[in-house]
Design a protein around this ligand. Structure first.
Ligand code: SF4
Ligand code: SF4
Length: 265
């Protein structure tokens, strides 16, 4: 199987799936076309995820999810202009955004399943999506045994940032997905060497955050966003108002990294 063929199948799925639309808000597309990259299942960075300073021992390696794993397919699906634009206002999230996050994740789940079934049905190899597997677990509320953003970093899709978003060449406003497979697709070269290379530390996301969860003052650059503060804002302010759609995303919209890699400053 060629990765180009899989990429075209994913694009066709984005075009045709009714789950990529929200009729009640006249949203024609939640997501636009994806970026797709491939990590080697044996990349040493996966082992590094087991380090307590990164994720921890509970992180499962690709081989532990799927024996015989050769590669990890990683994709980024950017939110459409309609959804991003609506959320550029300050304060509470736009209705379009919270639907994009909630209904959008239902689409993303269906996309992961589509890719897994597509690969398994060809008989050329096996595939599994950790997020759809019943072993997937969230530990201590904020950490899990697989991380799609870390896998995306390893695959060469983008780097981390002050707001903890992953900034790809199509920005940070969107969703990620991963499929582990026994097919040895050609591995994508990482075009960066620093964990935060795509973030220019402009601080615009600090001004956008209604919960004051992001700060330059945290010594470790990677801890610029305090997950607990963001999660509490979602639980206390957004969930009662938008249940079951407590999305925020102010730090991903109206910022220089919304839809591209920001200029160095
Ligand atoms: S707004 Fe600026 S500081 Fe914040 S994540 Fe984007 S590039 Fe980095
Ligand atoms: S999602 Fe909202 S609350 Fe959380 S860090 Fe971003 S702007 Fe702040």
């Amino acid at each position: 199987m060629r990765i180009e063929n899989l990429h075209s199948e994913i694009k066709s799925y984005l075009d045709s799936s009714p789950l990529n639309r929200v009729e009640e808000l006249a949203i024609d597309r939640i997501f636009t076309y994806p970026l797709v990259a491939i990590a080697g299942a044996g990349d040493p960075l996966f082992k590094k995820m087991k380090d307590p300073s990164v994720i921890g021992e509970h992180f499962l390696l690709p081989e532990e999810w799927l024996p015989g794993a050769e590669t990890v397919i990683s994709y980024f699906i950017p939110f459409s202009e309609q959804i991003r634009k609506a959320n550029r206002k300050s304060g509470l999230p736009a209705k379009e955004w919270v639907y994009g996050r909630y209904e959008g994740e239902q689409f993303n789940e269906s996309l992961r399943k589509f890719i897994v079934d597509y690969i398994n049905d060809t008989g050329e190899g096996k595939a599994l999506a950790p997020m759809l597997d019943n072993r997937f677990q969230i530990v201590d509320r904020l950490s899990s045994n697989w991380s799609e953003r870390h896998a995306a970093y390893i695959a060469g899709l983008g780097t981390f940032s002050l707001s903890r978003s992953l900034i790809s060449s199509k920005g940070c406003a969107g969703r990620y997905g991963n499929i582990i497979t026994t097919i040895p697709f050609p591995v994508t070269a990482r075009a960066y060497s620093d964990l935060y290379e795509h973030c220019n530390f402009c601080g615009e996301c600090i001004k956008r955050c209604p919960a004051r969860a992001i700060s330059m003052s945290v010594p470790d650059r990677g801890a610029g966003m305090e997950k607990e503060v963001c999660a509490n804002y979602s639980r206390d302010v957004l969930f009662p108002r938008f249940n079951p759609r407590p999305g925020c995303g102010k730090c991903q919209t109206a910022v220089p990294c919304e839809e591209r890699i920001p200029d160095i400053i």
